[in-house]
Design a protein around this ligand. Structure first.
Ligand SMILES: Nc1ncnc2c1ncn2[C@@H]1O[C@H](COP(=O)(O)OP(=O)(O)OP(=O)(O)O)[C@@H](O)[C@H]1O
Ligand SMILES: [Mg+2]
Length: 298
């Protein structure tokens, strides 16, 4: 039995150390109050990487939000990123398609590659990059346009359709793959903002898919949705992984366990542990991972 209580865990994290009654490998970083000196447990690399981060450090002005993270995302896998609020999940996710570039004080150091090519090289076109590495946010954010136009917008700016018929096909196909078409097929000219929350999120997924991305980044895509709408998105993630590489940030451990093949646990900006999802949730190797997944903090 683990003798720690949630209060004790919190106290230890603030630096007031208490020796754990049970030894766990490796050192318990709570004894030190900071995580900077520790190596990631588990293997962050995969044979068939679609994206690779190497020694990534992210700063907001002087404050460091990501500390020396190396992590691969495998082709056609769903990688879940979990960890307590403020540990850097969104920051890391946004660094994968250079969304942090729009935050002036944010600096990303290290290397991030997509199919082996550094996405932070100066000649990289960020508009094109964000089409290849699409993003779905926590709060559904359809444009104040029709359902049709929400989906057609990206293909239009990227010149993906050469005729109205081609555009119609992209819109219908994207809505179908997002599992929304049947619900909206008679109201494509109606505002996207008039849909329910779950439908809006599927519209945002259709919008991301419409430009044929290779990777989809999802930052808590279900946190504003009810359980039924969340279940629909989870089914969708499972279908989408056949064609795409997906990284999803979630606060729901059940969701991470259901949708992902690998899970990465972040804490105070560090990647603490990474491994097969079933192992992370059944036999976590780090005390911090165990504390988090058993609900002791977070
Ligand atoms: N735009 C910003 N400017 C300054 N600091 C920021 C900014 N965005 C995030 N941070 C800081 O970086 C750290 C990591 O934040 P981040 O949003 O990545 O965490 P998170 O794990 O996604 O948390 P949550 O689960 O609450 O979404 C936090 O300390 C946060 O305060
Ligand atoms: Mg976040």
């Amino acid at each position: 039995m683990n003798a720690f209580t949630a209060d004790a865990a919190k106290k230890d994290l603030s630096g007031a150390a208490t020796k754990p009654s049970r030894e766990k490998e490796p050192l318990d970083i709570r004894d030190h109050g900071d995580v900077s000196g520790y190596e990631t447990i588990g293997v962050p690399f995969v044979d068939n990487a679609k994206m690779s981060a190497r020694n990534v450090n992210v700063f907001y002005a002087e404050k460091q939000a990501i500390i020396d993270v190396s992590l691969d995302i495998g082709r056609n896998e769903v990688l879940a990123m979990i960890g307590p609020s403020g540990c850097g999940k969104s920051t890391f996710l946004r660094s994968l398609n250079r969304m942090n570039d729009i935050i002036p004080i944010c600096k990303v150091k290290g290397e991030i590659t997509l199919d082996g090519v550094d996405i932070y090289e100066s000649e990289q076109d960020t508009v094109l990059l964000r089409a290849r590495v699409g993003m779905v946010f926590q709060k559904p954010n359809p444009f104040p346009k029709s359902i049709y136009e929400n989906v057609a917008y990206g293909p239009r700016i990227h010149g993906l359709a050469h005729s109205k018929a081609e555009m119609d096909e992209i819109v219908v196909d994207s809505l179908r793959r997002a599992g929304l078409f049947d619900e909206v097929k008679d109201q494509l000219d109606k505002p996207g903002t008039g849909l329910s929350g779950g439908q809006q999120q599927r519209l945002c997924i259709a919008r991301a898919i419409a430009v044929s991305p290779e990777v989809i980044l999802m930052d808590e895509p279900c946190s504003a949705l009810d359980p039924i709408a969340s279940a629909r998105i989870e089914e969708l993630i499972d279908e989408l992984k056949e064609n795409y590489t997906i990284a999803i940030v979630t606060h729901s451990m059940q969701q991470a366990a259901r949708v992902s093949q690998r899970t990465a646990y972040f804490h105070l900006g560090k990647l603490i542990e990474v491994g097969d999802t079933k192992d992370i949730f059944t036999i976590p190797r780090h005390q911090l991972t165990e504390n988090y997944i058993t609900g002791r903090f977070g």
